[in-house]
Design a protein around this ligand. Structure first.
Ligand code: NAD
Length: 388
C-alpha cells in the first residue's frame, strides 16, 4: 500500500469498450482526478500500459492522451513487475488464453464479460486465479445504470411489497451492413468468432437478476438467427452464424419469474434501449437506462375489458417519474475504483471470476435450452469451483 502508482496493463484499448469506457471514461478520468480514494484518505494513482497488436494504433492513442507506456509485447508486459494488474477488453475469443498467461505471471486480473466462451473455461479461470491467489474481477456495468440504481432504491425501500415478476426488453435494430454500415462489430454476428446475443447478454442478465431479485435457478430460452447474412467492416458479405435474438424465461430463487427478450433485430418502440417492468403486490416500476417510472397499488387504475367501446384511458399517464436525487458517475469508472480498492486495500469485490462463471453458465444453459427445447436448471457454479 502507499502512494506508488498502480500499474495496469490494458489489453484491447483500440476496441469500442477498451477505448471509450475503460481507458477514457475510467482510467484516464481516474488519473485526471488524482487517483482512487482509499479508506485511509490517501489516493492511489493509476498508470496504464497500453497493449495490443498494432503498434501504430497504440502509439496514436498514447500520444493523443499523454500516456507514456505502450507495447505490442504482452509477455514482456506480464513479466514486468511495474505492472500489477492485467485488464482484458479484447474480443471474447482472445480472452481466456491471455488471462491464463496473466494469472501465471501473478497479475491481479480485471476483465470484460463474458470471462470465457465456455463455462468450463470460465470455471478454469476462477480456479486458476484462486490457486494463484490473484485478485480477480469482472465487469458488471448494468448495475450502475441510473435507471437500475433507481430500481435498486425502490427494492431497498420496500416499494414493491412482494416482487412477482420481471419483464425485460433489450434491443434495437443493428443494420445489416449493406445499404447502411452496421453500428456493431461484425464478429458479434459470427458464432465462430465468439459472437451471439446469448453469450453477450445473458452474463449481464445473470448479475442483474442475481443482484436485484435472486439467483437464477432455471432458464428456458429460444435463441434464433433472424438475419442470416450481413456485410462486414470491409464491405464483404458474410454468413451471420450467431444468434441475434433470444427469448428467455428465468425462474429465480424466491419464486420471481423473469422474462427477458434480447434482440438486435427489433425496432424500438420504448422509451429506452433496455427496459425492465417489475410488478409487485404493492406497486410496479418500469426502469430503463436512465429513467424509472412507478405506479403504486393505490394509484392503479381498474380497467375492464370491453372490445365494443374504445378505451379513453391514457394508461401511460398514470405513472410517476422517480427523481434523480443524486448525481450518477460512469459505471465503468465506479467499477474500476472498486477493483483498485480491492487490489490495494483488500476491499470487498463480489463480482469475481466465480460470478463471471455463473454468467457464462447461464449463457450456456440458455443455448442448451434453445437446442433441446427444454428448461435447464442451473447448478451453483461457485460450488463447482470450490469442490473440484
Ligand atoms: N460491458 C458491456 O456492456 C460490453 C459491451 C460491448 C462489448 N463488451 C465486451 O467487450 C469485449 C470487446 O468488445 P468490443 O465491442 O469493444 O469489440 P471491438 O471489436 O470494438 O474491440 C475488440 C478489441 O480486441 C482486439 N482484437 C480483435 N481481434 C482480436 C484477436 N483475434 N486477438 C486479439 N485481440 C483482438 C481489437 O483490436 C480491439 O482492441 C467483448 O468481450 C465484449 O463481449 C462488453
Amino acid at each position: 500500500m502507499g502512494t506508488a502508482p498502480l500499474g495496469i496493463v490494458m489489453n484491447g484499448v483500440t476496441g469500442r469498450m477498451g477505448y471509450r469506457q475503460h481507458l477514457l471514461r475510467s482510467i484516464l478520468a481516474i488519473r485526471e482526478q488524482g487517483g482512487v480514494l482509499l479508506s485511509t484518505g490517501e489516493r492511489v494513482q493509476v498508470r496504464p500500459l497500453l497493449v495490443g497488436r498494432r503498434a501504430a494504433a497504440l502509439q496514436e492513442i498514447a500520444e493523443r492522451h499523454g500516456i507514456e507506456d505502450w507495447t505490442t509485447d504482452l509477455d514482456a508486459a506480464l513479466a514486468d513487475d511495474r505492472w500489477q494488474v492485467y485488464a482484458d477488453f479484447q474480443v471474447t475469443s482472445a480472452r481466456v488464453a491471455a488471462i491464463r498467461r496473466a494469472i501465471a505471471a501473478g497479475k491481479d486480473v480485471y476483465t470484460e464479460k463474458p470471462t470465457a466462451e465456455t463455462h468450463a473455461e470460465a470455471v478454469e479461470l476462477a480456479e486458476l486465479a484462486a490457486a494463484a491467489g490473484v485478485r480477480n474481477g469482472v465487469v458488471h456495468d448494468k448495475l450502475f445504470l441510473p435507471g437500475l440504481l433507481k430500481l435498486k432504491r425502490l427494492l431497498d425501500s420496500g416499494f414493491f411489497g412482494q416482487v412477482l415478476s420481471v419483464r425485460g426488453e433489450f434491443g434495437y435494430w443493428v443494420f445489416e451492413g449493406g445499404w447502411q454500415p452496421a453500428q456493431r462489430p461484425s464478429w458479434n454476428y459470427r458464432a465462430e468468432d465468439g459472437g451471439g446475443i446469448v453469450v453477450d447478454m445473458f452474463p449481464h442478465w445473470n448479475y442483474v437478476l442475481e443482484d436485484l431479485f435472486g439467483r437464477v435457478e432455471s432458464v428456458y430460452a429460444k435463441a434464433t438467427t433472424h438475419i442470416t447474412s450481413r456485410v462486414d467492416e470491409r464491405g464483404e458479405p458474410y454468413a451471420a452464424t450467431a444468434d441475434d435474438a433470444a427469448y428467455g424465461i428465468f425462474e429465480l430463487e424466491g419464486g420471481v419469474v423473469a422474462q427477458i427478450n434480447s434482440s438486435w433485430a427489433v425496432r424500438v418502440d420504448r422509451g429506452e434501449l433496455v427496459e425492465f417492468q417489475v410488478d409487485g403486490t404493492h406497486g410496479s416500476a418500469v426502469a430503463g437506462l436512465f429513467g424509472c417510472r412507478i405506479q403504486p397499488r393505490n394509484a392503479t387504475p381498474k380497467p375492464v375489458w370491453n372490445p365494443d367501446v374504445p378505451d379513453s384511458r391514457d394508461y401511460r399517464a398514470g405513472w410517476l417519474e422517480v427523481p434523480d436525487n443524486d448525481p450518477v458517475e460512469n459505471g465503468f469508472k465506479v467499477q474500476w475504483e472498486q477493483f483498485v480498492r480491492h487490489v490495494v486495500e483488500d476491499a470487498p469485490h463480489p463480482y469475481d471470476f466465480a460470478s463471471g462463471a455463473r454468467g457464462v453458465r447461464l449463457a450456456e444453459a440458455g443455448l442448451e435450452s434453445s437446442r433441446t427445447g427444454r428448461r435447464v436448471s442451473i447448478q451453483d457454479s461457485d460450488a463447482e469451483v470450490a469442490t473440484r
